[in-house]
Ligand binder design. Structure first.
Ligand code: ATP
Ligand code: LTN
Length: 328
C-alpha cells in the first residue's frame, strides 16, 4: 500500500486539462492505497482572490473531486487551511529553501511576469508550501500533470536536505504521471497549455461547460489546412491536441484514432471529439449538481480534515523534535 497525495487550487473553474492531467488519475489510484486529496486554498491566495468566490470555489472543488470519482470512504478529502500543519511545515520548508532555486521555477517566472513591480512573496514561496503538503503525509506518489515536475523535484530536494541535516523524518516522494502524462493544450493556441486562468474562454473547455459550448469550442479549435487526421505535435499541434483529447477520453492510442479517421475530414473528426468529451463530462456535471446541495459534503470535509490532521500532526511533531524547535 502506498501513500498518495495531491491537490488542486480553488482558483477558477476546472478545465478538461485539470481532469485529464490530474483528477482522472486521482480516482484511478485510490483503490488499495492510502490517499489524501486536498483543496489547496492557501496556494490559491498566492495571487489575489475575491473572498466570496474563493469560499464558493473551495466547496465546489471538493464536490468536483467526488463527482469525478473520488470515493470519500476510500480517500481522505479535505481543505488545506483546516489543517494548520501545512502552513507550519511550509514555514520550515521556506527556511530550508534558497531564493535562487525558487526564482528558477517556471511557474513563478510565468506568474511573476504578469504582476509588474508588485510580485507577491507567496508566489516565490509557493513550492516550500507545496513540499509541506506532500511531506506531512509521508507520501510515496503524487499524481499531477507534467507541468508540476519542477515542483516535485524541489519537494524531493527539500526532503533530502531536511533528512541530511536533522535525520530521516520524511519519505522522498515520486511524481505519478499516469500512463501517458496527458498535457491538454489550448484550443486557440495549441502550443500553450489549456489553463483555467486563460482570458480567452474559447481556448478552454471547462468541466461544467454545457454540451453546446463544448461543441462550439471544439468546432472552432485551431487546426491546419491539410484536412488529414494525423498526429504530429510539431507540425500539427492543433489536430494533435484533439487526437490526444479523443485518445484520452475514449482510452485509445493515437494510432487507433489515426486509423479510425483515415480518409475522413476535420468536420466529422471534431464532431466525434466533442461527442466523446460530452459523454465523459455529462455524468460528472450531474453528480456535481447533486452534491453541491447535499449536507453530506460538509460532513465528508469535516471528517477529512480530522483524519488529515491526525497524520499531519504526527509528522510535524517528528520534524520539530528533530530540529530542536520545541521546549518540553
Ligand atoms: P492556472 O492555469 O490557473 O495556473 P491550472 O489550470 O494549471 O491553473 P492547477 O490548480 O495549477 O491548475 O493544477 C491542477 C492540476 O491540473 C495539476 O496537477 C496540473 O498539472 C494539472 N493540469 C493543469 N492544466 C493542465 C493541462 N492543460 N493538461 C494536463 N494537466 C493539467
Ligand atoms: N502546484 C499544484 C497544486 C498543489 C499540489 C500540492 C499538487 C499544491 N500543493 C501538493 C500536488 C501536491 C498545481 O497543480 N498547480
Amino acid at each position: 500500500m502506498s501513500v498518495i497525495f495531491s491537490g488542486i487550487q480553488p482558483s477558477g473553474n476546472l478545465t478538461l486539462g485539470n481532469y485529464l492531467g490530474a483528477l482522472r488519475n486521482f480516482s484511478k489510484v485510490q483503490e488499495g492505497n492510502e490517499c489524501y486529496y486536498c483543496v489547496v486554498n492557501q496556494h490559491a491566495i498566492t495571487v489575489p482572490q475575491d473572498p466570496k468566490l474563493l469560499h464558493e470555489r473551495t466547496r465546489a472543488l471538493a464536490a468536483i473531486y467526488i463527482a469525478s470519482g473520488l470515493d470519500p470512504e476510500q480517500s481522505t478529502l479535505f481543505v488545506q487551511s483546516e489543517v494548520p500543519e501545512h502552513a507550519m511545515l511550509g514555514w520550515i520548508m521556506t527556511t530550508l529553501s534558497y531564493v535562487g532555486e525558487l526564482e528558477r521555477m517556471t511557474q513563478y517566472k510565468d506568474k511573476a511576469s504578469k504582476r509588474g513591480d508588485s510580485i507577491p512573496a507567496g508566489l516565490l514561496t509557493y513550492p516550500p508550501l507545496m513540499a509541506a503538503d506532500i511531506l506531512l503525509y509521508q507520501t510515496n506518489f503524487v499524481p499531477v500533470g507534467d507541468d508540476q515536475k519542477q515542483h516535485l523535484e524541489i519537494t524531493r530536494d527539500l526532503a533530502q536536505r531536511f533528512n541530511r541535516l536533522y535525520g530521516d523524518v520524511f519519505t522522498i516522494p515520486e511524481i505519478y504521471l499516469g500512463q501517458d502524462g496527458t498535457r491538454v493544450m489550448s484550443l486557440q493556441e495549441p502550443t500553450k497549455k489549456m489553463s483555467k486562468s486563460d482570458d480567452n474562454t474559447t481556448a478552454t473547455i471547462y468541466l461544467l461547460d454545457t454540451p453546446k459550448d463544448i461543441e462550439k469550442k471544439i468546432k472552432r479549435a485551431q487546426t491546419d489546412s491539410e484536412n488529414s487526421v494525423h498526429y504530429d505535435r510539431e507540425k500539427k499541434p492543433g489536430i494533435s491536441n484533439l487526437i490526444e483529447i479523443l485518445s484520452a477520453v475514449t482510452d485509445q492510442t493515437h494510432e487507433q484514432v489515426e486509423q479510425a479517421y483515415a480518409g475522413k475530414g476535420y468536420g466529422a473528426f471534431k464532431k466525434d471529439v466533442a461527442d466523446a468529451v460530452i459523454a465523459v463530462l455529462e455524468p460528472i456535471q450531474q453528480r456535481y449538481e447533486e452534491l453541491l446541495k447535499h449536507p453530506d459534503l460538509d460532513d465528508i470535509l469535516d471528517k477529512g480534515s480530522a483524519k488529515a490532521h491526525a497524520k499531519a500532526s504526527e509528522t510535524y511533531e517528528k520534524a520539530v523534535h528533530a530540529m530542536g524547535l520545541y521546549r518540553k
